[in-house]
Write a protein that binds this ligand. Sequence first.
Ligand SMILES: *[C@@H]1O[C@H](CO)[C@@H](O)[C@H](O)[C@H]1NC(C)=O
Ligand SMILES: *[C@@H]1O[C@H](CO)[C@@H](O)[C@H](O)[C@H]1NC(C)=O
Ligand SMILES: *[C@@H]1O[C@H](CO)[C@@H](O)[C@H](O)[C@H]1NC(C)=O
Length: 589
Amino acid sequence: RNQTQERDNLYRTGSNILKGTRDKTKRKQAYQLLMKAADLGSTRAMEKIAYALLFGDQLPQNITAAKILYEALAEEGSPRAHTALGFIHATGTGVYPNQAKALVYYTFAAIGGNHVAQMILSYRYSAGISIPHNCEAALIQYRNVAKHVANKLTFAGGILGGKVRLTERHENPYSSDGVLDLDLYQYSKFLAEKGEVQAQVTLGQLHLVGGRGLEQDPYKAFYYFSKAVKAGSTYALAFLGKMYSEGSEAVPQDNETAFKYFKMAADRGNPLGLNDLGLAYLHGKGVPVSYTVAFQYFQKAAEKKWIDAQYQLGLMHYYGLGVRQDYALAYKYFHLASQSGHVLAFYQLAHMYATGTRVARSCHTAVELYKNVCEQGSWSEKFLSAYFAFREGDIDSSLLQYMLLSEMGYEVAQSNAAFILESKQSTIVRENQTYPLAQLLWIRAANQGNLFYTVIIIKYPSPYYTWYTKNLYSTHILCSGKQANKIHGLGEVRLIAYYWEQGFIVSLDVHLAKRFYDMALQSSQEAYAPVLLALAKLEVVHFFSEIQRASFTLVWQHRILNMFRFYWDLLVIALLTVFLLVLIAYRPT
Ligand SMILES: *[C@@H]1O[C@H](CO)[C@@H](O)[C@H](O)[C@H]1NC(C)=O
Ligand SMILES: *[C@@H]1O[C@H](CO)[C@@H](O)[C@H](O)[C@H]1NC(C)=O
Ligand SMILES: *[C@@H]1O[C@H](CO)[C@@H](O)[C@H](O)[C@H]1NC(C)=O
């Protein structure tokens, strides 16, 4: 028994350290503890070590060793090990890619309750990746994961920042990348100490929830909020109330004190204070429950455009708390809150679409919304560790983490992984697998609606397109061409148009390419300018190819067309003017 206790203690200490810090020395020590726990037979410690070996966290990355360890764990039925083995086989990490095997592992893991595997399966079902598209199956899995995520969300906005796009970082090194720079942090600290209220509140908030690469620290949060309260900030009052309401190492849980602070903030018209006071009345924290009073406070906060209050109003209408049950109004408020990115509002809307409450049932919409919720799960923190690994030059570790997130359906991760692959800095992916994998990831990202990358694909063809299309995609694209009217993915549509235009596929068919572009045009407003340019270019190509063909076959047209040819520069100038006008009309403001 003593041994069991020691083992569990070692595991707990180790994993708590890992959860709390990014400091390298401390993490290394944590892994030492976990190794000891693993020696005493702790399965969970072994899972953590295997993860560190696979993704390269402080232990030297060794995919072979990770695979051996995961296989042993899978024998014991560990869902995490099943997920990892699924990932290894799906991506061909250290093995030859095998989608059938991957699917078996993922399915086992999903049945075992692993949320990561459930998300991967949902994404595969909804995008039809190596299994037939099945919206209902995707819905079941996504709903399961979303429920778990929604229950765990401590604050409604979801996780702060952190999903850095490598491509944009590359193009504009001066743009803020969502991760708080150390210099920026020092500067905010300097401002806060000098008495800048806004900086005090911001720092307090960052320390309260932890995020953007900062560690959670209730003492510092309390320190900054107290400073800001003295300087007269009503937001800081409300945040102090929140700290008392939740309780932490720094302040004891105390409903009455919390209520006092909320009331002070609310009396001065602060929307956060109004909303929190509403919550206090709703849950009876520090006051007796009163739905009517709660409703009034939410309304006041919502009038000041406080997003969470909009969501709370939606809930009260949905369940008929303090008001008559009204799904139409509930929908209205959820929709309003969701437009500002309120994750729980997405969750409620997804439920309404999945069950057809007040709206026409739509599996597709419900899946999209649930996916949004699932992407806020704690696993999205991997974006940060992947980004830090990338910044520190640990490319293989970064790539694998982005690839795991890509499997889970994160569009940003797909783009980032493709970006790293194309940079050819990774050593884990075989030479002849690099471009096909990158291409696959671009397509998946583009199909999720990232127009930017489709433009890259169309505008900057890399040398590998030629062999790539010939080897892999020609049959696929021919099939898609036959079902042209059934294609939904904008990315694929435009890619096909590009291939056709370049004549990679069987024969050049300008009309078909034009039809694809037209479809792309109809399916998205944003696509307007780039597609219009591509279309215009196509028209020119078309025009000259027609001229050529005509001049060979029909002698009587020859002369007229020659005249056209004579004035072709005028034609091009006219077209260019149109381009310019379009560009000016649609230039980003
Ligand atoms: C990786 O692990 C395997 C199996 O444990 C071992 O044989 C191999 O030497 C390790 N490779 C490196 C580079 O440490
Ligand atoms: C505060 O209120 C909540 C909700 O009513 C209750 O569960 C909790 O026990 C209260 N805390 C204290 C310290 O009374
Ligand atoms: C890629 O290269 C490996 C080893 O060089 C080889 O075994 C494999 O067949 C190649 N795959 C393709 C698709 O050419």
